[in-house]
Design a protein around this ligand. Structure first.
Ligand SMILES: C[S@@+](CC[C@H](N)C(=O)[O-])C[C@H]1O[C@@H](n2cnc3c(N)ncnc32)[C@H](O)[C@@H]1O
Length: 399
């Protein structure tokens, strides 16, 4: 029997999902648990990709495996993120042999969704904007929590917007699903009491803050040059600025991509998967291995010490981690892991590994500060990350 015909199997799958979320690090409130129990994820993800290794993905459909005990259903309700689009090719349109590339849309891991929804405090009636509709599953949860009439969700991909709208209707929700560039928010239904982004930004677009009402809560994944992902929780203040902190939760959301209809900021940080280039007419050794950047809390901290236009690529060759840093003025520094630290090779301009070494020394002096100790504020003088150290020293970095 297909699970589509078997309500009990479907309910059991959703109960298992909620139990999995509750068993993790997330504090699952009864309202958020209720929304996960009542919104079917499979309606929003009828086809998604399986990673076959490296950058190769093959589509996986519900009917490939059939019944409620099947691996497909387990995957949908497993708590994993489900990749639905690779380099703009939706899993529904992919050839059966698959595609190669970089994921550009996914249904986020439910435990991370639960954590972000809890932080958002989606009270009934709160006017809510979601940036990054994707599959529409998170929008459906928002509809359940605040009421569909109060939800606006936006994506820049026409196919995603159309299919999410259809699937939300199947699940009996009719929020405003709009096509647009998330960077500029959506003034149409402003002001908002809640704003949640499910794609990451290096800093918070000012339109998002402007379109929120005083007292609004914003939950926004931040990811910059070094891909050290964090989530910002902010409250809009009566003076029009916003202030808050970083959440405890690490998060590596895919980046909010520049819209092709708009000007591309050539200096903006690029995703950290781009192919590394070759560098090196000056070399030195370093005691700091590039593997330190695998620690997302440190890499978030380190990127606060870099020119924001620095880009990073990384790869592994013969098991060795190699990070390449570049600046728009042509500076390239390649850092290759060695037994004792790293070999640093640079060509053109500054040594781009030096600020990261300095950041690491400060990081150790500060006893590896936890992510949630950092505060964040955004106003007319810019966006700042701050840390009050136990010795009373106050640190400020520009985001
Ligand atoms: C992780 S997915 C969103 C997951 C979604 N909330 C869900 O529940 O399935 C990130 C989404 O951000 C969208 N996105 C990326 N850049 C964007 C932009 N500039 N404007 C609007 N949406 C964008 C992508 O198309 C993708 O669907």
């Amino acid at each position: 029997m297909s699970v589509l015909d078997d309500d009990r199997a479907l309910i059991a799958a959703r109960v298992r999902l909620v139990e999995r979320i509750a068993a993790g690090d997330v504090v699952l409130s009864s309202r958020i648990a209720e929304s996960f129990l009542n919104v079917p994820r499979h309606v929003f993800t009828p086809v998604f990709y399986r990673r076959e290794g490296g950058d190769r993905f093959t589509p996986w459909r519900a009917d490939d495996t059939g019944n409620a005990g099947g691996a497909w259903w387990d995957a949908v309700y497993s708590g994993e993120s489900l990749i639905t689009e690779v380099d703009g090719v939706h899993a529904e349109h992919a050839p059966s042999e698959g595609v190669s590339g970089v994921p550009t849309s996914s249904s986020t891991a439910p435990d991370l969704m639960a954590d972000m929804l809890d932080a958002l405090d989606p009270v009934p009636g709160a006017r809510t904007l979601e940036i990054g509709t994707g599959s529409g599953y998170n929008a459906a949860l928002l509809c359940r929590l605040v009421g569909a009439d109060h939800v606006t969700t936006l994506d820049h991909t026409p196919h995603l917007v159309d299919t999410a709208r259809e699937r939300l209707e199947i699940a009996s929700f009719a929020p405003d699903v709009v096509l647009g560039d998330g960077t500029t928010g959506w003034a149409g239904n402003a002001p908002y009491d809640r704003l949640i982004a499910t794609a990451s930004v290096p800093r918070i677009p000012t339109a998002w803050i402007e379109q929120c009402a005083p007292g609004a809560v914003l939950v926004v994944p931040l990811k910059g040059t070094l891909a050290g992902g964090s989530i910002a929780w902010l409250k809009k203040l009566p003076d029009g600025t916003a202030a808050g902190r970083l959440m405890h939760t690490p998060a590596a959301f895919m980046p909010l991509l520049p819209d092709t209809d708009h000007d591309v900021d050539e200096g903006a940080p690029r995703p950290a998967h781009w192919e590394p280039g070759h560098a090196g007419d000056q070399t030195r050794t370093s005691l700091l291995t590039p593997r330190v950047l695998d620690d997302w809390t440190f890499s978030f901290f380190a990127q606060l010490h870099l020119d924001p236009h620095t880009t990073r690529t990384f790869t592994r060759t013969d098991g060795r981690h190699i990070t390449t840093l570049r600046t728009p003025d042509g500076g390239v520094t390649t850092v290759t892991e060695t037994h004792s630290g790293a070999e640093v090779a640079r060509s053109g301009g500054r040594d781009l590994w030096t600020p990261i070494e300095r950041a690491h020394r400060l990081w150790l002096e500060l006893n590896r500060p936890r992510r949630e100790w950092f505060t964040l504020d955004a106003g007319p003088t810019g966006q700042h990350v701050r840390l009050a150290a136990p010795d009373g020293h106050a640190y400020t970095w520009t985001l």
